[in-house]
Design a protein around this ligand. Structure first.
Ligand SMILES: [Zn+2]
Length: 240
């Protein structure tokens, strides 16, 4: 399994380097203390820049708010499928949702909030694209949906749901560490906290936490190692 995982992760090195200049210009916005206003202003006022940023991860991405019939329908379906563990209001006002190339963010989410989520959500779009062998996330979406929602079981042992989530975190953490917007401590704590969410009813009890938490910690370790290797090779390039 780790052989497959390493290879899937290697498949997507190009988007990392493509995205880098965009994220560099956003780096200062992510530092605490410099983002007070960014924490208060709704992302919809900076939609154009955020869209450009997201398209550096995958060119197909489109950003929307959650104020539409589709998200409202999804919210009710999730309430039913998770037996109320994912409340409608939490889904509509707190959670970011990605369906293939479409990213839905709550209107009340701040610019900084979207910046913190955009890498993770962008990775889900890439994952859908993998399932089409690179053609388009819409083409890959049916297979991705089966893998994400049902494999091997829809509730209680959705191994691939947990893996896709840990992979999306790994992607976001690696870039964040490279940019200096995350610390090693932060991502380790975040790994345990987010494993708790993904293994809870909110994500349909994807895996028991005893299996899920190590998966997220492994993703954190992988991110730390990769970021360190890239930093070292960048420094070597600069000095030579
Ligand atoms: Zn996710």
């Amino acid at each position: 399994m780790s052989f497959i995982k390493d290879n899937i992760q290697r498949m997507d090195m190009k988007p990392f380097t493509d995205a880098y200049p965009y994220f560099d210009s956003y780096r200062s916005l992510l530092f605490p203390g410099e983002i007070v206003d960014r924490e208060k202003i709704s992302w919809i006022y900076d939609k154009r820049r955020l869209t450009n940023l997201a398209r550096a991860i995958d060119p197909s991405i489109k950003l929307y708010t959650k104020d539409n019939w589709f998200c409202k329908l999804l919210a009710w379906l999730l309430v039913i499928c998770t037996f109320g563990s994912m409340p409608r209001k939490t889904f509509m006002e707190k959670f970011s949702t990605t369906i293939g190339p479409l990213h839905f963010y709550p209107k009340s989410k701040s610019i900084a909030g979207v910046l913190r989520s955009i890498l993770h959500e962008g990775r889900h779009t890439q994952q859908a694209r993998w399932c089409s062998f690179g053609i388009h996330p819409w083409v890959g979406l049916p297979i991705y949906a089966i893998l994400y929602l049902l494999t091997p079981l829809p509730l209680g042992f959705a191994y691939l749901r947990c893996w896709f989530e840990s992979d999306a975190c790994m992607y976001a953490w690696t870039i964040g560490l490279q940019l200096g917007t995350y610390t090693t401590d932060y991502i380790h704590n975040r790994a345990i906290a987010f494993a708790g969410t993904v293994c809870s009813g909110k994500y349909g009890w994807s895996l028991p936490i005893t299996y899920g938490a190590p998966m997220f910690l492994q993703a954190a370790h992988f991110a730390v190692d990769t970021a360190e290797k890239r930093k070292a090779s960048n420094e070597q390039k600069q000095s030579s």
